[in-house]
Design a protein around this ligand. Structure first.
Ligand code: ADP
Ligand code: MG
Length: 454
């Protein structure tokens, strides 16, 4: 079908879409878009800028597709492409030929898109020192797949953003018309097993050996599964030889995966291996701020700090904490407060374990640093005393769950912003001062000894 009829089809689609979306959305995102082409089962829509392309892809993809299918009477894939004011596409990426036979195409295509989480985009990824390299590498392979690092191997503990980055690569490359196949290693295993049982080898091959990018999540799942590893090895080689991009995520670095074939490990190591570390304080703070201000633009830094200080290992749990606080705030119809954070998070934490009192914390820290409680509470600014004072604030905050203003009172009448600063300083220093980490570990151990002894 030529581009004139694509224009007519799109004009008809716009007529229908105008009735189905709100007026502001129609004016902002759809008005002025054009039907560029309709070839090989792909309908190309011209949009004015990449932001519009991304928005339409994220929010209106299924409605646009449904509308086009209704008008044309057959299934179609939709792509949004940037075009200039004269209506000509700019830097139009050729859509690589897809090797599947036409009858297999719709099935394998429909397997790709719906599994992506629309929130897992590069825009929504907060980067900091804990994840900068992985973030930059993921953006790099999305920009220039198959040529920078191939494969890109991303490993980390749970809840630190591996799947998020993988989906972000898929979203980003799909917007430019590239075929990104994003699957978990479990799905890969199931499909591989089905295929060697002789049912659909052709389908497996065409699905896994033809995309421009293969994004394989949680590859540790195939540890100990020799046949699947073999299947992946061949898939890997075929894609790699053809300069198709491979991105793999895993709970460990390649050589630490138990019962994993050596050849496959060395393939995994052949590009770039990067990790995601637990989020440092600043990243946690930025992350909480990014998510919380969408709902409560006036939320205070003290509240953000209170949430960001709670959970330092796992972003998924951090999001869970934030959601509990926001839910509580919505329920009461108020902007979240530090008290609410305490209510929401202390209730959820293990309340059966009683917490140490602030005077016990003060005694332990005073003995540990050989600095009297009077000096800790006083105003002297000698470095050692200041540090002991800030450690006391931090430990009372973390272990005894007082609010910042309560700690201010305990600490000899300081205001909550001084306490906030003190806690923040210790959180930050903990990232790069091993000796401070050691002090805190020792203090924790002393506290739990004293606390549990009758
Ligand atoms: P993993 O795959 O490593 O277990 P996920 O990618 O599922 O972790 O991330 C867990 C949650 O944390 C998701 O909701 C994800 O969007 C969020 N998340 C992780 N890292 C970041 C980040 N740097 N910025 C924003 N959100 C993040
Ligand atoms: Mg994951």
């Amino acid at each position: 079908m030529n581009s004139t009829s694509a224009k007519d089809i799109w004009d008809a689609a716009l007529g229908e879409l105008q009735l189905q979306v709100s007026k502001p959305n129609y004016i902002t995102w759809l008005k002025g878009t054009v039907g560029l082409s309709n070839e090989d089962g792909t309908f190309m829509v011209g949009v004015p800028h990449s932001f519009a392309a991304e928005w339409l892809q994220k929010r209106l993809y299924s409605l646009v597709r449904k509308t086009l299918v209704g008008i044309m009477g057959h299934d179609v894939e939709v792509q949004f492409e940037i075009f200039n004011n004269q209506g000509h596409p700019v830097s139009r990426e050729p859509v690589r030929p897809f090797l599947a036979t036409p009858s297999e195409e719709p099935a394998s295509r429909s397997n790709i898109r719906p599994k992506l989480n629309s929130k897992y985009t590069f825009d929504n990824f907060v980067s900091g020192s804990c994840n900068q390299l992985a973030y930059a590498a993921a953006m790099g392979v999305a920009q220039d797949p198959g040529s920078l690092y191939n494969p890109l191997f991303i490993h980390s503990g749970v809840g630190l953003g591996k799947t998020h980055l993988l989906h972000a690569i898929a979203h980003n490359t799909s917007l430019r018309g590239l075929r990104a196949l994003c699957v978990s290693a479990e799905e890969f295993t199931n499909e591989f097993i089905d295929s060697i049982r002789g049912r659909d080898t052709g389908k497996f091959r065409s699905k896994f050996r033809s995309p421009d990018l293969l994004l394989l999540d949680d590859v540790h799942f195939i540890s100990g599964k020799a046949q699947t590893q073999d299947g992946l090895f061949h898939t890997f080689n075929e894609l790699h030889n053809d300069n198709r991009q491979i991105v793999v995520t895993c709970s460990q670095p390649p050589r630490s995966i138990p019962m994993m074939d050596d050849c496959l490990c060395s393939r995994f190591e052949g590009g770039l291996v990067v990790d995601l570390q637990p989020p440092d304080y600043d990243t946690r703070f930025a992350l909480i701020r990014a998510k919380a201000t969408q709902q409560f633009p006036t939320i205070s830094d003290a509240v953000l700090h209170a949430i960001a200080s709670q959970c330092d290992q796992n972003i998924r749990e951090l999001e869970g904490s934030l959601n509990r606080v926001l839910a509580l705030a919505k329920l009461t119809g108020e902007v979240p407060t530090v008290g609410m954070v305490e209510d929401a998070l202390c209730a959820a934490s293990n309340t059966s374990m009683s917490t140490p009192t602030h005077s016990l914390i003060m005694d332990v820290i005073s003995e540990y640093f050989h600095i009297s409680p009077q000096e800790i509470l006083g105003r002297k600014r000698a470095a050692q005393i200041s540090e002991a004072r800030q450690v006391t604030m931090y430990v009372i905050y973390k272990e005894a769950h007082y609010s910042l203003s309560e700690i201010g009172n305990i600490m000899g009448g300081r205001d909550h912003s001084t306490i906030l600063q003190g806690c923040k300083k210790i959180s930050t220093d903990l990232e790069n001062k091993p000796q401070l980490r050691e002090h805190l570990t020792n203090i924790s151990a002393l506290l739990s000894d004293r606390h549990s002894s009758p």
